[in-house]
Design a protein around this ligand. Structure first.
Ligand SMILES: Cc1cc2nc3c(=O)[nH]c(=O)nc-3n(C[C@H](O)[C@H](O)[C@H](O)COP(=O)(O)OP(=O)(O)OC[C@H]3O[C@@H](n4cnc5c(N)ncnc54)[C@H](O)[C@@H]3O)c2cc1C
Length: 800
């Protein structure tokens, strides 16, 4: 072992080995992997080695596709056989809703460029997998590039290929402690001390302890998982092909061929956590006793699906453990506040996802940003709230149990809730609020009469008309919405203005004004669609999406400068927005000052009744409207005062679902849909807010985009000839049978009475009036490009 490496990767499972390989491939060879035992000695040695294409997050599905494409490459580079069996794969649907969902998923794959899939009938599925009973199957999806690999061979291939590029692999070297230094980390091992600039926690089952070595409490836990390997199945002996990797979603099982038998893996409904603080240090390459009582229901379904199992014995049982984060996706990236400490853990499907995780993390360490949009696996999608033990137990358990259970887009799952509630939560609940969750905080979706229950659906739900009434009330009179679920950062200090000016690509607002402010990364891609407020005293606020709080804070911290104080005030400050043509009268009724003096995009501090509030004249609804921020202690009083003042003006409490419909009618983009870290200003129209005359982070790249060729995609608004279901996101957009783009978000425009979508399409399909089509819940629907902002295109209402 040398005394210093540029990067030390802790953990020689598939994830650590992939990180090492990708660092070396990017040209960093002064890197070492430390493994306490031998390579694969965590979850990796006993994994089933299966890989398949589906993931609910299209960006992660793309990284999975990358991993699958990498297998042959690491085998060739390393010379290590990885036992690749590209058998193809089947995903089965056993209920009408699932079949619709699978057809939608197939279309999403087309959107993201995973082209080697097709839908199959039950008969075709039966022919592709002759040992399977097709009873109850309504259809399936076939993917060419699914199958299985030899797990130990694959880890050694990653490590071997990394070694060939100059990286070091040190087995039997256990990391015992970590100490942060001025320029990196001291890594204390049982074989001595090594220093490095960057340390990567890829410790799998032990990631929790390796997190604690740096004072971190990572939101993850291992759970147990079973599979069995059968004795030889005579029908398989007579086949001249291998049966495909087959996932029976309604049966909670996955299956692949193993020699002349099959491997049947089970996602247990009755899940079991293990070693929530991380595996013990003396845990070796061990398995747990199988627990067939616990998995009886799933076994019965599996034995019915593959009847040959009823005739042959079980050769091997595997009951092992692997690690889960609350949403089941990996935890990857730099840890806020711990410079040079990176995580690549919580990787539930390391053989399927390890390539994409390794690639993204290596790019991040070396270039400062990963190439792909990795929000879905970024550690910064969680905050401190997610480290709570019960939260971890409930959410990881829920994910595990529901791994193969269908979640509807309008379904609210209960784990880890309610956790954070705004002070007026109970009063809003009494008024009929139905709640969603954002970063642990309960946010109102809509207000319904007592006893109303929303039916989970892929189509418009029974809450459609309720949301419609809220949207119309806002346009006709006024809507009141809890805006506690905004992020709020306060920026003060002698350098506040100069610092913000560098961080934001837009002009900064003058005193008493607010401004929409795109923020860019160094690579010129979007980092935020923020609003900056400049209060009277040159105190600035940055507001944005609540769930991006830790993500933005990490970025701000990384670019902090002397003379700037930045505070996250999003929990201490909450509020309500009032929007609609009557909103001015409502706010005025509480205010002695003349609120009419506040211009569009103006802001100031006002006394509203007893409450001192920060008020901005701004609304995402496209109406005249006010965002009213107050101390958390005033939240209940503010709501009461506004409702009282609004009673004679038709003020109605509304939820975020109405807001989403209203903003769509204005073609206002939102983060995670029209704007993401994968997109650029010109592509999304964000460039209209950029102040090209000043210096800001990402300017060079943004100028190159501005002066370069036309972007390959442009953001447009579509009116869709939908029937009973609206677009939601990632549906493919077609022109004369050719794919020209995909939907970024969609929904029903309740006040204009039309189904709408926003989409990124090729320039030749972007002109107003162009006839296109969109797949919605598997069905092709006609769509037309319309002018942006179908409601009030001139913007008169919001400027009124
Ligand atoms: C029964 C079962 C079946 C599975 N089937 C599949 C499948 O079909 N497909 C799939 O993609 N995934 C599957 N998985 C999941 C897969 O096993 C994991 O996602 C994967 O192994 C995680 O790899 P890792 O590198 O993150 O962690 P691990 O494999 O746990 O590796 C972590 C390594 O870090 C080392 N380490 C820890 N602490 C230290 C330290 N302080 N110092 C030095 N070294 C340290 C450990 O010894 C270990 O080798 C399955 C899991 C189980 C349990």
């Amino acid at each position: 072992m040398k005394s210093h490496y540029r990067v030390v990767v802790i953990g020689g499972g598939v994830v650590g080995a992939s990180v090492l390989y990708h660092l070396a491939r990017e040209g960093w060879s002064d890197v070492a992997l430390l493994e306490r035992s031998v390579l694969t000695a965590g979850s990796s040695w006993h994994a089933a080695g299966g890989f398949h294409a589906l993931n609910a997050d299209p960006n992660i599905a793309q990284l999975q596709a990358y991993t699958i494409d990498l297998f042959e490459q690491i085998q060739a580079e390393s010379g290590q056989d990885i036992g690749l069996h590209m058998t193809g794969g089947l995903t089965l649907a056993g209920t009408p809703d699932r079949w619709e969902w699978l057809q939608s998923a197939y279309r999403v794959f087309q959107s993201i460029g995973v082209e080697d899939c097709r839908l199959v009938t039950p008969e075709e599925a039966g022919a592709l997998c002759p040992i399977m009973s097709t009873d109850g199957i309504l259809g399936g999806m076939w993917a060419d590039r699914e199958g299985y690999i030899d797990t130990t061979g694959t880890v050694h291939a990653y490590a071997g290929a990394a070694r060939k590029r100059g990286a070091s692999v040190l087995e039997h070297t256990r990391v015992e402690a970590l100490e942060q230094t001025a320029d990196g980390w001291r890594v204390i091992t049982d074989k001595g001390v090594v220093t490095c600039e960057h340390v990567v926690n890829a410790a799998g089952l032990w990631a929790k302890q390796v997190g604690r070595m740096a004072g971190l409490d990572l939101p993850l836990s291992p759970l147990k998982h079973h599979y069995l390997i059968s004795d030889t199945i005579p029908e398989l002996e007579s086949l001249d092909f291998e049966v495909p990797m087959t996932v029976d979603l309604e049966g909670f099982t996955y299956m692949r061929q193993d020699q002349k038998g099959i491997l049947l893996g089970i996602y247990e409904i009755d899940h079991e956590h293990w070693a929530m603080d991380g595996a013990p240090w003396d845990y070796g390459m061990e398995l747990f006793q199988e627990d067939t009582d616990r998995i009886e229901r799933e076994l019965i379904l599996g034995f019915e699906r593959y009847p040959a199992l009823q005739e042959v014995g079980v050769k091997t049982w595997v009951n092992g453990a692997f690690t889960f984060s609350p949403d089941g996706n990996p935890l990857v990236g730099p840890v806020p506040g711990k410079r040079g400490y990176w995580v690549a853990c919580g990787v539930m499907a390391g053989f399927l996802q390890g390539g994409g995780v390794g690639k993204s993390l290596a790019e991040w360490i070396i270039h400062g940003e990963p190439e792909a949009d990795v929000w879905g696996m970024d550690i910064a999608r969680y905050g401190a709230f997610a480290s709570n033990r019960q939260y971890i137990r409930e959410t990881t358990g829920q994910f595990y149990t529901r791994r193969f259970v269908m979640t509807y887009p309008n379904e609210e799952l209960p784990a880890g809730r309610p956790l954070k509630t705004a002070p007026a939560h109970d009063a809003m609940t009494a008024a009929g609020a139905h709640w969603g969750v954002s970063w642990g905080l309960e946010v109102p979706l809509y207000f319904a009469p007592p006893g109303f229950a929303e039916t989970p659906s892929l189509h418009r739900s029974n809450a459609h008309d309720i949301v419609g009434a809220e949207a119309r009330a806002t346009r006709q009179a006024a809507g009141l919405i809890d805006i506690s679920g905004f992020s709020r950062f306060e920026v003060t200090g002698p350098n506040a203005r100069a610092w913000l000016d560098r961080m934001m690509a837009s002009k900064l607002p003058a005193r008493g004004r607010a401004r929409l402010a795109p923020m860019l990364g160094h690579d010129g891609r979007l980092k935020g669609d923020l609003t900056v407020f400049n209060w009277d005293d040159e105190t600035f606020w940055i507001t944005g999406s609540y769930y991006l709080r830790a993500w933005h804070m990490r970025w701000f911290d990384d670019h902090m400068e002397p003379g700037v104080q930045l505070r996250d005030i999003a929990d201490a400050t909450v509020g309500f927005a009032v929007a609609g043509p009557r909103s001015r009268q409502i706010v005025q009724a509480l205010c002695e000052a003349d609120i009419g003096d506040l211009p569009f995009m103006g802001c100031g501090v006002f006394d509203l009744g007893l409450i001192r509030a920060h008020v901005g004249r701004i609304s995402v609804t496209g109406e005249l409207g006010y965002e009213i921020h107050c101390d958390a202690a005033n939240h209940v009083a503010l709501r009461r005062a506004l409702l009282a003042a609004g009673a004679e003006h038709g003020l109605r409490e509304v939820g975020f679902n109405a807001l989403l419909s209203l903003r769509l009618e204005k073609s206002f983009g939102i983060w995670s849909a029209e704007f993401t870290q994968g997109y650029t200003p010109r592509q999304t129209g964000m460039d209209r807010w950029i102040d090209w005359s000043k210096a800001f982070i990402g300017k060079d790249a943004a100028v190159r985009e501005r002066d370069g060729p036309d972007p390959e995609q442009m953001l447009v608004t579509l009116q869709v000839d939908a029937a009973g279901a609206d677009a939601s996101g990632y549906e493919p957009v077609w022109q004369d049978g050719a794919k020209v783009g995909f939907v970024t978000s969609g929904g029903y425009g309740h006040t204009i009475g039309a189904s709408l979508a926003m989409a990124l399409v090729k320039p030749q399909a972007a002109a107003e009036g162009t006839a296109l089509s969109v797949h919605i819940v598997g069905q092709k629907r006609a769509a037309t490009v319309i002018a942006a902002s179908p409601y009030d295109p001139a913007g008169k209402a919001m400027r009124a």
